[in-house]
Design a protein. Sequence first.
Length: 504
Amino acid sequence: MNKYTDYSDEISADELYDGLVGYGLFAEKIPRFLTSARFLTYTKTLSLPLKLKAKDYIRYSSMRNINVPRLMAIPEPFAYANQCYILSENWSLLQEHFRKKTVDDKYKVSRIHIRKLYNKLPLFEMNYKNYQKDEEPEQDIMVKSRYIVEADISNCFPSIYSHSICWSLVGKTLSKAKKTDKTEWFNKIDHHTTNLRYGETNGLLIGPHSSNLIAEVILVAVDYELSKKGFKYVRNIDDYQCYAETHEQAERFLVNLSDELAKYELSINHKKSKISSLPKANVRNWVTKLNHFYFTNTYDIEGKIGLRVKELKGFFDFTLELMLENNYDAAILNYAIKTLSNKYLGANAKRYYFKQLHYLVLLYPYLANIFEEKVFEPHSTPKWVIKEIAEDLFDLGISKRLYDACSYSVFWAMKYGFELNIDNLKDTAINSTDCIFMLISYQYDKRSKKKGYLKDYKDCAKALKSVDFDRYWLFIYECLPWTEFADNFRAMKKAGVTFIRDGY
């Protein structure tokens, strides 16, 4: 089983910079029409770090599995490049930090972190696992345990205090003594992290992959102290599972976790913390149940298991029952859809499947993020079916102000080449003031509309440029010519750099 440092050590400083800038600026929850790969190439012509004032950032909401939106962010690109450059420039020191804080661990406590991904260019992906390298330590550490403690950090990323980066790296005493020394490497990381949030010291942006690296810098320091006290647990970002031999030990873990987090101005989410008796499945129960669902009366075709309508209905009934048992967690549906993506569906089964998913995505728009890869592509979904789903999802998004749902609808129209039957998309998008929705609508209209029609988009971009550039920089940059910009954006636009993927 690989140790924590095996993952960080296999990444070079250059690879860290390339992965964060070229493939970590835009979170995977955004429709896949954006890329920062060209921006990465362009930044290598610059002398980093650039001298910049603190920047604001783009806000957008992404629906979560519990039907509650999560506020996410896209940083100003040059400020982000600065932060990633400083992280890569001091990567050897960060690697040493990770080594010191994990060297005595008997297994890898942190399960989700920056790492090289198999056949992928990003360095981070939620819930990524490589069982050959990672294994699963829970089975070993639960031996002799009678209780399991489940806890998480309250509002983790938005609560991280930027100065706590320095505290975790060199200790409070030294960091406070050196807090005005801008040449210190830890202060540089702090400074360029706050520069992504308009100079504010509270909170990491949710979305850019650099935030996941910064969070790990702090949380491995918490792990170090807890591990020294002999606690046996695993951590998934900010979720903890600790195995205890006695109820007293379980309670002591919660007290110690709370104390260690408090050193970095963080706190436990007490509403979600609980102690349960063992035995209990060492993974979420619904995952085990879905993996062991028995499909009867299947057939083999094209190297896949073929499912009939009856089997599909049974699987969906079972999935929905599991959701009922688990507070309607749409992550269960998400997992079920991924399970079905490698099954063969005949004509009748497809008809049922598409109707069922059409119904479900309107109840749980969170599912839209996987439709392209796990539904439309593997099951060769007809264009007219995608169009019907897209238009209904768009109407839902407008009625509930879920503009990420609207953005997926427009994205599918662009990707699969159909026209949305929507009245006045342009005004709807502009009035939403949602940066991603406005940009993808502009790209959609630009394909078929004349320049005169696009004038309102450009007028909106000009108006935003004068009052709120950082919060809408992506829309403004893609809409306007280089003559409208100054300094870094002017030079980049003049060089022909775009953040739009080819074909969109």
